[in-house]
Design a protein around this ligand. Structure first.
Ligand code: SAH
Length: 350
């Protein structure tokens, strides 16, 4: 069994340690880190001597996944990828073009253990965590394939990022480092279904990322039905954690709210959000809700409500002092939201 670590999972300071132990000059770390983040293999870094390259290859793996599927939207240029790792596991990622730059949605786990009722990624449970290099390699693979720079990241693909905490934090350190891809933390959003203990840990990390909370229901009965994690940490505990996160970091919090017809999209639901938010949050706290019409997946009956119903919901929130936007659907012709491509590929494998 090969149990070498992948060199791209090393943070900059860890790479510095490696070279220092090898008796190499300090600038090596910078040189190698920068080339690896641009997708070069150890053996392609020809500024290193052959013996040094051989030594690094002895010590570490250096692998990039293959692009198994690439779907390109003819409507807006959104691209959806399925990357395949050497153990056969795969990760789905989406490349989105916005006026302010290119954003990539990355996966953090192969599968997910959280069991949200409307989500395709969790239907087959968790297979394994992705390593820091495997999260990073989705961005490297996309930059290579498109020839374009990525300037923003959302951790909203398959997986619960806070269930893979250490690897996700390492990935964030690597991807934001000035000698690597140097993606500004302020252009990175991490989305969680509500792992409250980890939200408190994250608040102590001194990262300038945006935290995004998957809320999806405001009353505990409904939320527990569609999001099992609510039985562990209920709505009030979760909202208090987000308030504390804001107090500790000063970073704006945003909420995701997937609108499912007849489940969580009534006028009363919208009013209940306004009431609950005003009980828990100070008026000065910036609050933003992204409304996402549910993307129907196989195996469930969930459908979005009518446009009128969605805009009514939005208007009640806005009147209550909460900024709410209805998420624009990108890549409608390639079914760009995550989870479904990976499931389909697994079906073909078995
Ligand atoms: N586990 C994390 C991140 C992955 S999901 C989280 O729960 O936040 C990213 C977002 O997509 C979440 O808000 C999730 O609830 C939402 N989502 C999942 N399946 C969806 C579907 N079928 N339609 C609309 N949004 C969905």
């Amino acid at each position: 069994m090969e149990d070498k670590k992948d060199i791209r999972s090393l943070e900059f300071c860890e790479l510095e340690d490696v070279f220092s132990k090898l008796g190499e000059p300090k600038y090596r770390a910078k040189q190698v880190f920068s080339e690896l983040c641009r997708g070069k293999d150890i053996n392609e870094i020809t500024t290193l001597s052959k013996p040094l390259r051989a030594k690094l290859c002895d010590m570490f793996k250096c692998e990039l996944p293959t692009v198994e599927t690439r779907l390109v939207s003819k409507i807006d240029g959104t691209r959806k990828y399925l990357f395949r790792f050497s153990d056969g596991q795969s990760a789905e990622s989406v490349f989105m073009k916005y006026n302010h730059g290119n954003t990539v949605c990355v996966s953090t786990q192969a599968g997910c253990r959280q069991g949200c009722a409307f989500c395709a990624s969790t239907k087959r449970g968790l297979v394994r965590n992705l390593e820091p290099c495997e999260i990073l390699s989705q961005i490297i693979g996309i930059e290579k394939d498109t020839g374009e720079r990525v300037s923003g990241i959302v951790l909203m693909g398959t997986g619960e990022p806070l269930d893979n905490y250490e690897n996700v934090i390492k990935f964030l350190h690597i991807v934001t480092h000035k000698d690597g891809l140097c993606i500004g933390a302020r252009h990175i959003s991490l989305s969680t279904c509500g792992c409250v203990d980890r939200i408190y840990d994250l608040a102590k990390e001194d990262l300038q990322i945006t935290l995004s909370i998957s809320l999806h229901a405001i009353d505990n009965e409904t939320r527990s039905k569609i999001m099992p994690i609510n039985k562990k940490w209920n709505v009030e505990t979760l909202l208090t954690a987000t308030k504390d996160y804001f107090a500790a970091t000063g970073r704006r919090i945003s909420f995701e709210y997937t609108l499912i017809s007849g489940v969580n999209d009534s006028k009363e639901d919208a009013k209940a959000i306004v009431d609950k938010f005003s009980q828990i949050f100070a008026r000065s706290m910036p609050l933003h809700i992204n409304l996402i019409p549910v993307n129907p997946i196989e195996e469930t009956q969930f459908v979005p409500g009518s446009k009128t119903r969605i805009f009514e919901f939005q208007s009640i929130l806005e009147k209550g002092g909460i900024t709410a936007t209805v998420r624009r659907t990108l890549g409608p012709d390639i079914n760009a939201s995550c989870g479904q491509l990976r499931n389909r590929a697994q079906d073909q494998d078995t």
